[in-house]
Every structure is written in structure tokens, then in C-alpha cells.
Design a protein around this ligand. Sequence first.
Ligand SMILES: [Zn+2]
Length: 382
Amino acid sequence: MGDVLIPSLMTGDCNDTICVRASRFWEFYDLNDETKLLHADLVLLDEEGNSIHAQIYPNAFQRFKTLIKEGNVYNLACFWVKKSNDKYKPVTNENMISLSTWTTIEVVVEIPHAFPMFTYSLTPIEQLPSRVDYTEYFTDVIGIVTAISNVITLRARGRQNDSLKRVVTICSESNASMDVVLWASGAVTLAGNSPCKWYINLDVPEARALLSSIGNTNQPIRWDQQMTPTKATPAVEHKNISEIKDLNPFKYKKMDFLVTMTIRNIDSSWWYNSCYKCVKTAKPYGDLYKCTDSECNYIGKPVQRNKLSMIAGDETGDTDFIMFGRWVQRLTKKTADTLIAENPQGFIPNEITRLLEKKSNSMSASQKTQQAPTKFASRSMQ
Ligand SMILES: [Zn+2]
């Protein structure tokens, strides 16, 4: 066995040998270029079940790809120990390991029977809403598969290309259910994104407890034929600003249109405290927040949610737009929480100001010098 256990690792060069199981092993590719490997990742476990995240950079990857097989146990030496990443950590550990071309690796053949195979930190399905937009750790869940849909082809709102989608429904002991949506090739092979791993009927205490809790009431898995046709939905109609300004809002409420426009101005208040339950505005209420919706009235911690009020237009005119939550996140590539944490109070993040057109005189000045929000015309929106 190794010289030290995972908790004894100190940041810096490490010459000690650790004896670890490669519990999970995945490759992470550039989201815009599926042939470009950014890094490969491992969850390593020692004989006491302590865990650490390890990363391999592309220059060393080919070697490890042939040497490491998920599930095997290895003696590792000559690696670098550093502070863990801030985001998307697979396990709780303030450190992580970096494997390089200098790292020595030797397979362990005689593995003690009790050497752990897996590690996880389960979030109950009922508590998953609190993990929305949470990026510090990956989330682990356990559930009983109750339904699997067929693969459907659809075009997501605002997207130009069709995508494949499959929905797997899982449920908890108390019957809370949750749809797991698999996209693209994962919809065909029943895989999530690359760090995601499915364990089916694992022999662990939590799975045994879940199985015994449902006793004989277990139903066969339902095959869910989704109603959406398996051919592409028709592409949305293109319109310009002057055309959509003339549409009767009552008549066209549920219609989607595609408009290409330039953002001319963004209001300085770019997020708000939203109700955890219904996403309407929540106002301070003692130490907590209370939902302003009279039918909801939920009191609790608020969720910081993006809300961009902006003026945008094309050559036919300008008009007001409001963009919420994930639509904003898709442009900024960061959660509202992250942007708030990274920017001083009252400051509009660069990720948002860079959405503004570059040629506008007043705006380009603000963009370059990252001025305080007073530089932006403030405008109240109905
Ligand atoms: Zn509410």
C-alpha cells in the first residue's frame, strides 16, 4: 500500500506514493470543438475511502489513457498537489492532484477486499431545487427509474439546430420524482455529460435501503412515448423590430419569432432577489425574504436571479426587452451568483457590458473603462 493516505497530501510537489482506486475516469472536451480535449479527470479513492479529484492535461493524456482503467487500483508517485478548483468539484477535498508526464504509475494486483469502489454525496431529490445554478460541486442523486422516454428530435427555443433528447424519470422513497434530461448522443446511449456516471443497481447501503423501502410496490419501468413528433419542428419565423412592435400582444402571446438585433442599452440593475418557489420578486422580511406575490407569500432565503432590462433594435427601430435567468446565463456563461460574487456592489459585470454594441459612442467608452453604472442611462421598465 502507499506511503500516505489522501488526507495527508500537502500542496506542492509530492514524492510520496499513494495507493488509490481510479473510481471514475472521464475526458472533458471543448464544448465548441468536440475533438479538442481540455483535460481528463479522475476521482481517486484510498483504502479508507478518502477521495480526491485528479486532472490530466492533454500532453500527458495519451499515456494515462492506456495505463488507467476505471476501477483498478494503482500506486501513484511524482505528482503535483494543488488547491482544488472553485467549480464543478466531483468530491469534497480542498486539494486536488495534477498528473504529468513525470508521474509514475504502477497497477496493484492484490487489492484488499475492503478497498472502497465508489464515493458519492447524495442530495435528496426533494432538495434538488436548491441546487439549481449551483456550480461548486457536481450533484449526486439516487432514485428508482420509473419511466424512460423514446428519443425525440427537437429544436430548442432560440437554437438554429435540431437536438436529440431523452427523458429518464427517477423517483425517491417518498415518491418525489425528477426528470433527468439527456441531450445529443447521450440521449441515444443513455449517458449524461462526460463527468456524469450512472450506477445501476449498485450494492451500497443507500441503494439497499431505497429498494427495501419500496418493498413489493415496485412497478415496471414505463416506456414514455413523448408526444412531440420525431421530425424537426418548423423553424421559427424571422421578423424585424418594427414588425414585432406591431403585433397584438394578446393574439401572439404564445408565438416565437426570431429577431436579430443589437443591444443598445442595458439598465444598471441586472439582477434581483427572487422567490425560491415562484421566481417573483422577494423583499427583505426580517432576516429572510418574503415573496411579493400575494398568492405565494413564501418566506425564506431568496435566489439571486438575472434580469436584464434593455433597449435593443435593428435598422427598423428600437424597443424594450426583458431577459431573465438562464437566457442571460447563456450569454454571460456565468451564473448570477458567480457574477454577483465577482463584482463590487452596483457594478455591471464585464460579461454583461460586453453584450452592448461596440460601435455606439457612449457605450464603447463605458465598456473600455469599466465605468460605474451611472455611465449607463437608467430606464424603468413596466
Ligand atoms: Zn413566491
